[in-house]
Design a protein around this ligand. Sequence first.
Ligand code: NDP
Ligand code: 2IT
Length: 473
Amino acid sequence: MASRTAPSRRPTTRRRGAESRVQEHLSTLLAKVEAKNPGEPEFHQTVREIAESLWPVLVQNPKYIDNKIIERLVEPDRVISFGVNWVDDHGEIHVNRGLRVQMSSSIGPYKGGLRFHPSVNPSLCKFLALEQTLKNSLTTLPMRGAKGGTDFDPKGRSESEIRRFCQSFMTELFPYIGEFTDVPAGDIGVGEREIGYLFGQYKRIAKRFAGAITGKGINWGDSRIRQEATGYGAVYFAREMLATRGNDLVGKTCLVSGSGNVAQYTVEKLLHLGARAVTLSDSDGFVHDPDGIDRDKLEWVKRLKNDRRGRIREYADQFPRATYQAASDRDENPLWKVPADCAFPSATQNEVNAKDAANLVENGVSLVVEGANMPTVPEGVDRFIAAGVLYGPSKAANAGGVAVSGLEMAQDMQLSQWTSEEVDARLQVIMTRIHDTARQTAEDFGHPGNYLVGANIAGFVKVADAMLDESPI
Ligand code: NDP
Ligand code: 2IT
């Protein structure tokens, strides 16, 4: 198995023995995962990425191999699949599939978002749940990893169809969640509106208030700053990375993809910190605004996307200096060729392919921070790291969302609501700590500047040690 963290220096005999054991262990593990989870490319991709990063920690700590910790980690505790039947506005019955993957590991209740998108399948949910496990570990808050969703497509559905779907979805999911068992939240296609319908149905069945979902409305149990947290957190992470090179965000031109929750609040925090975003996208195409997306334009985008549920192409009609380019089947996304200093992929997985990554490097982009989960293909990540680009991997850089979800759970338990200033201050502390931990861990294990290796090792070690403490077998 070729590894991004396999050592290059000449090893001693004893070390050579340890290394060949790691090599064999990881090769066997990956073969097993692929055989046991056929046709699940995203899940294979994330297992491979994590396993390859863990090489140095496994060489030093054979206990993780002896106790088959990685194998236990990548086998979900539970994969719950359920039918969701609902009736559209014309009386037609529809059948969708709901999924919830509760991943293995210890530390607190399961925690992770729900995605409503036609592409949702076991591979996506397992990849996201595994990523979530290490991400939650990095926050240092007591949360295990989970992810779920459905292949229901909310696009073009009426309010009442969305409501009926959410109610039916929750009726089926209800037995498996709760404030001490599993606490869902939003993700693609699930924002405050959907969380409202899901939580309303949860309470209708439970006959009690419990913080069994996060991302709730501000008047009915939300933590302040939860809606903002993922985007704000990603920008705080970028600020910390730039500071290691004596640099900051002031005056930087930034590429942002997506135009949903994460993208919107990434653009907002970039503005607060003196940078300017010049792009936004959706699955139809992207807009480029050379003047930058200022506060007024951003408010317009929020209304377009969150209230009117419109398409990003309308931006170019509203602001004529902006241009719109429709998505095509080309082997590169022209969004990543727009001249800029920094890039924040904030739409979906594998949206930056190897060619896009090469274009970004050629373009002179010096920082890539991932708001979306696993938006860059592995060859792209390797290219960033080889080129010395500051690369902030998703499980570290976008952890602000789930971190503030954790703070929402704490507030729900206390039946209290902290101020925006307090939550934002805590978010900044958490993002700085994640940054420092990932950076220091990478350095400690011989890969200075490689935040992917640092985040994977730091996230893994905490979960692995908890697994060993709770039960070696
Ligand atoms: P939203 O549903 O609010 O927005 C998603 C955006 O991405 C939309 O603009 C959507 O466009 C676009 N998009 C989705 N799928 C595709 C695709 N296949 N190709 C191109 N564009 C696409 O979701 P979020 O902003 O919440 O999530 C964005 C990313 O951030 C996801 O990877 C999610 O897992 C991750 N994330 C979210 C967190 C949160 O707190 N919400 C926390 C951490 C990570 P369209 O309308 O055309 O579908
Ligand atoms: O990917 C993610 O971290 C999320 N969608 C947020 C999860 C959460 O529970 O807040």
